[in-house]
Design a protein around this ligand. Structure first.
Ligand SMILES: [Zn+2]
Length: 74
């Protein structure tokens, strides 16, 4: 598969998302200016639909969800 900047994921460090039961879950995140973004877990990692994520491959929304999920697992 060809890799593009739109095919980036924030990989978790404490668990493997492949075939994970949380794959497909979308966490709604409140962004700045009242916008709402969705952070979804794919089998390669987290993905947010904000422009920052598309540009950097991570963002504060996806990082917040990652911290929340990994924190809940400990
Ligand atoms: Zn985001």
């Amino acid at each position: 598969m060809k890799k593009s900047k739109f095919d980036r994921y924030l990989k978790p460090t404490s668990f493997d998302p492949k075939n994970h039961w949380m794959v497909g879950i979308v966490w709604p995140m409140q962004g700045s200016k009242g916008k709402e973004y969705g952070v979804e877990l794919h089998d390669k990692g987290f993905k947010c639909d904000c422009t920052g994520f598309a540009y950097h491959g991570y963002c504060k929304h996806s990082k917040a969800v990652l911290a929340q999920v990994e924190g809940a697992m400990q």
